[in-house]
Design a protein. Structure first.
Length: 98
């Protein structure tokens, strides 16, 4: 019964992370934080579902490892963008500049 609540909280959290991503996309840091919240909620749902379905938690461990790598890579990109451009506004990024 507790896994149902954990899965429900994970779904609600993932929905809130997507809502935050769609509403607060002005700064790169807020985009990265909402992506990280979505990753953590997916991990929580996957962990709760792995208890119901009898498969090992290796896929959950892979997901949390990829989430940590995503967070460190995102922060490295954020620091380099702030050093180059002086701000972290998303609208100032251009794919034409290389």
């Amino acid at each position: 019964m507790s896994t149902f609540y954990l899965t429900t909280i994970g779904m609600l959290g993932f929905t809130m992370a997507l809502l935050a991503l769609s509403l607060q996309y002005k700064h790169l840091l807020s985009v990265l934080l909402s992506l990280e919240a979505g990753t953590m909620n997916l991990f929580m749902m996957m962990f709760a579902l792995s208890n119901n379905i009898s498969f090992s938690g290796q896929s959950s461990l892979i997901l949390i490892t990829l989430g940590a790598c995503e967070a460190s890579l995102g922060l490295a990109i954020l620091v380099s963008m702030i050093r180059v451009q002086g701000n972290d506004y998303v609208y100032s990024f251009s794919s034409q500049k290389c």
